[in-house]
Structure formats: structure tokens, C-alpha cells
Design a protein around this ligand. Structure first.
Ligand code: 6PG
Length: 467
């Protein structure tokens, strides 16, 4: 087969980079690849089977650029952080102003903003890619940020390799500069929260209902056929069913309860604070990972205070399912309102319906509920999802179960940080007359910060101001 000189290139043949390069080649685009270790580059081509003809290995960055036809588009799949800056600097002497470099790692969007503003001597996009290795190989969700014309140039490749929801590619331009990486960050915050809420209901099944991992697997598999249908519920069924190859025990029962994190969920929580955007479910999920890491302290705590008494009265599987459904809606409502706040703060025209559409397939948080969310956001992008009729009905249906589960867990000492944060947020959001009048009076008392009045009258301090 004659090889067309590729216009697409990829740097970094780790797990994700290799999978993405094969996906690109499979969709008919010839691709030049380079990896820091030359033997990896050649082994990649040698292992590419019938796709090898479309792959041009390069031994140096100069070779990579020379092997490509201009204008080039080079995807970086290197670790987020300084490695990206190093690679941009290393590419600089080789590239022309029309060449395009796409950072497809999990960059902090502030870094992408900085790089976009740095006056690089070539075109630059920041692109969030979700879906793990399987997604990268067969169809990820793609969230692009940068100049629209640069996105449009590479869009045919990205649309071809992206996951499809009913034939629509889950790849879209989110906005300028770091907008794509920002949306990926929110995705990961929601990913943390979805995972945490699933872990919480798993904990009640295990400790409160004394269900075996096998029974828990069956329950998740059953839920995956209903309103909770999602990739994360599907894999939770699979992991609960898995056996430990060493002992033959349920795999979940031999895994240390200490969660790792690369930090994207934390970035979401930090950014939400900067934006004054309340996302307590996501914040609770980040905190829960940090709490999980304090294993010795938790063991010491249990030694002093004792374990939660078991089994937990008043808990049913039907309630757990509905509680998780409510928690999920509340969490996504928070994620989307945070995204809207970021759009205003950063001057980005972030399109919430488009974001929901991109998340419907390929990414880690893909779920059938996202299709309904995309529709609700299309009807009215400015409306909080908890006020969208299709979700108000579902929240009203599931709320009593969420209350029962959170109450039972609180009474009997099971930690449900994310689900209870969702419920508290919801109750605050449905309370017209809140309690911040007390905060305002206190602030005025000790600092004369002033307050607004319900009656609109022009007196903004308490009597203490005269003293
Ligand atoms: C995705 C994931 C992925 C993320 C891992 C690990 O969308 O494919 O979000 O990008 O890096 O899930 O994240 P943590 O190590 O922070 O859990």
C-alpha cells in the first residue's frame, strides 16, 4: 500500500498515546509517531498489524516533522505539567507558524491558558480526552479548547476517532484557550463524585445489609438496566463480581481501602471555590479520597469509638437505588452550574448542552441520564437542572429514599459524605428564607460589614454600630 505523507503526528506512545495513534490509523489517517525511547517507537509500528502501513515511526523530533506534510497537526500525549512545556520548547525550532500542536493530556486548564497566551510560534490547542485506554483505542470523548479555526482544521480526524452517540461524534470545541481542559476537569470532578456515591451505596450494601460481593454485583448489574445505566455502574458490577486470582476470594474484599488520585478532581474543587460555585458533592468526593488515605488514623478512630453497629435497620436496596439516582442528579446539577459560572468568569461562551452531548458516550461518566440532561439543557441552558421538569419529577420520586438512606447512615454511624452533601445542598437550594441573615448580622457586629434588609429600607447596620 502506498503511504501518503501524514499530516497528523503523535508524540508519546504510552498506553493512551499508543491507543490513540492506532485509533487514528484505523480511521484511515496516516500518522507519524515519536517516542522518547526509539525502540518503543519501532516496536509500536511492528505491533500495529494491518495498521502498520499507515504508521511512520520517527527517531527524532526533526525526523517526525520532516516525515509530515504541512500544515502539520501533532498530538502530545505526554504527562501533564513540565513535560508539556519541555516538549513545546523542543518542537519550537522545527515547526512552522501554520503547524498545530494539540496537548491531549490531562493538563491543568490554567497551564493551557498560559501556553495559549504565551505567543507560541505555532498553533496550539488544549484537548481533554476521556475514556481510558479502551476509549482512546475505540472512541473517546473529546473536549477541545483554543482557536475555533484550529479546531475546525483537525475536527475531521477527531470526529472520526471519537465515540459516537447515535451517529453523533462525542467531540466538540468547548471554547478558547483552556476551555477544553476546563470541561475535562469538571468531567473528572463529576467522575470522582459518581465513583464516591457508588462506593457509598456499596458500603451500605456490604456493611449495612451484609450482602456478598456476588450479590452486590448482581444488584449493580440490575441497576444498570434502569435509570442508573452508566459505564461506572456497569464496571462496578464487573469489579464486584471479580475474584482475586491469588486467594479466590472476592477481589473487592482484598483491595486496600485507600484511594489514589492524580489531582483533577481536586482542581475542580479548588476552581469551584475561586468561582464561588457550590459543588459540595464533588468536594465531598475529593475529601473522601483524602480521608481514605489516612488509614492509620481511621484504624485508631475505630479502636476508640468502635465500628458502626451492623446490620443497619431501615435500609433497602430499592432505597439505595433511588438515593443514588437523586444524588447523581444533584451532583450533575452542581457540575453544570459551576461550568456556567466559569463561562461568565472567564468570558467563555461555554455551551452546556454541547458539553452534556459530548459526555453521552466514550467518557468515564457516560450514562443514559446525560442524554436527558442534554435535552433539559437544550430547552433552557440557564436553568438549574433541579428545576427542569423531567428532573424535578425524578428528584421528587427519589428524595424520600435519599432522606431515609442518609438518616439511617447518620443514625448508625456509616459515612456517606457525598450523598449527604447532595441532600444538604438540595435542602439549602429549596429554602427561600435561609439563615445567612444570622451570618450577616454577626459580620456587621464584629466588623461593621453592613447588611441588606428584606424591606429595602436604608439602614444597613445594627444598633452596635452606634456604640
Ligand atoms: C478519563 C479519566 C482519566 C483520569 C483517570 C485517573 O476521563 O479518562 O478521568 O483522565 O486520569 O481516571 O484519575 P485519578 O487518578 O485522579 O483518579
Amino acid at each position: 500500500m502506498a503511504v501518503t505523507k501524514p499530516q497528523t503526528g503523535l508524540i508519546g506512545l504510552g498506553t493512551m498515546g499508543a491507543a490513540l495513534a492506532l485509533n487514528i490509523a484505523e480511521k484511515g489517517f496516516p500518522i507519524a509517531v515519536w517516542n522518547r525511547t526509539t525502540s518503543v517507537t519501532h516496536a509500536f509500528k511492528a505491533g500495529a498489524g494491518e495498521l502498520a502501513d499507515r504508521i511512520t515511526p520517527a527517531d527524532s523530533l526533526a525526523d517526525l516533522v520532516a516525515a509530515m506534510a504541512p500544515p502539520r497537526a501533532i498530538i502530545l500525549m505526554v504527562p501533564a505539567g513540565p513535560a508539556v512545556d519541555d516538549m513545546l520548547a523542543a518542537l519550537t525550532p522545527h515547526l512552522s507558524p501554520d503547524d498545530l500542536v494539540i496537548d491531549a493530556g490531562n493538563a491543568n486548564f490554567h497551564d493551557t491558558n498560559r501556553r495559549a497566551a504565551a505567543g507560541l510560534p505555532f498553533r496550539f490547542l488544549g484537548m481533554g480526552v476521556s475514556g481510558g485506554e479502551e476509549g482512546a483505542r475505540h472512541g473517546p470523548a473529546i473536549m477541545g479548547g483554543g482557536a475555533r479555526e484550529d479546531w475546525d482544521r483537525i475536527a475531521p480526524v477527531l470526529h472520526a476517532i471519537a465515540a459516537k452517540h447515535k451517529d453523533q461524534p462525542c467531540a466538540d470545541w468547548m471554547g478558547p484557550a483552556g476551555a477544553g481542559h476546563f470541561v475535562k476537569t469538571v468531567h473528572n470532578g463529576i467522575e470522582y463524585a459518581d465513583m464516591q456515591m457508588i462506593a457509598e451505596v456499596y458500603g451500605i450494601m456490604r456493611d449495612g445489609l451484609h450482602l456478598s460481593a456476588h450479590r452486590i454485583a448482581e444488584t449493580f448489574a440490575d441497576w444498570n438496566r434502569g435509570v442508573l445505566q452508566s459505564y461506572l455502574i456497569e464496571i462496578s458490577a464487573e469489579v464486584a463480581a471479580a475474584k482475586d486470582p491469588l486467594t479466590g476470594a472476592a477481589l473487592l474484599d482484598v483491595i486496600l481501602d485507600k484511594a489514589g488520585q492524580k489531582g483533577t478532581g481536586r482542581w475542580t474543587a479548588i476552581e469551584a471555590q475561586h468561582l464561588s460555585a457550590p459543588i459540595p458533592v464533588i468536594e465531598a468526593a475529593v475529601a473522601a479520597r483524602n480521608i481514605s488515605a489516612r488509614l492509620d488514623e481511621r484504624r485508631a478512630g475505630e479502636a476508640v469509638y468502635g465500628p458502626a453497629p451492623e446490620p443497619t435497620p431501615g435500609v433497602t436496596l430499592a432505597d439505595l437505588q433511588d438515593a443514588l439516582t437523586a444524588g447523581k442528579i444533584l451532583c450533575y446539577a452542581q457540575g453544570f452550574t459551576m461550568t456556567a459560572a466559569a463561562g461568565v468568569a472567564f468570558g467563555w461562551d461555554l455551551q452546556l448542552p454541547a458539553i452534556a452531548r459530548v459526555w453521552r458516550a466514550g467518557c468515564i461518566i457516560r450514562s443514559s441520564m446525560l442524554d436527558a440532561m442534554a435535552q433539559a439543557l437544550t430547552e433552557d441552558p440557564a436553568r438549574n437542572l433541579i428545576l427542569a421538569p423531567r428532573f424535578t419529577a425524578e428528584i421528587k420520586r427519589c428524595l424520600p429514599a435519599l432522606r431515609r438512606i442518609v438518616a439511617a447512615a447518620a443514625l448508625h454511624g456509616h459515612a456517606l459524605p457525598a450523598l449527604s452533601a447532595g441532600l444538604a445542598w438540595f435542602d439549602a437550594m429549596r429554602t427561600a428564607r435561609g439563615t445567612a441573615n444570622m451570618i450577616q448580622a454577626q459580620r456587621d457586629f464584629f466588623g461593621l460589614h453592613g447588611f441588606d434588609r428584606l424591606d429595602g429600607k436604608d439602614l444597613h447596620h445594627g444598633p452596635w454600630a452606634q456604640a
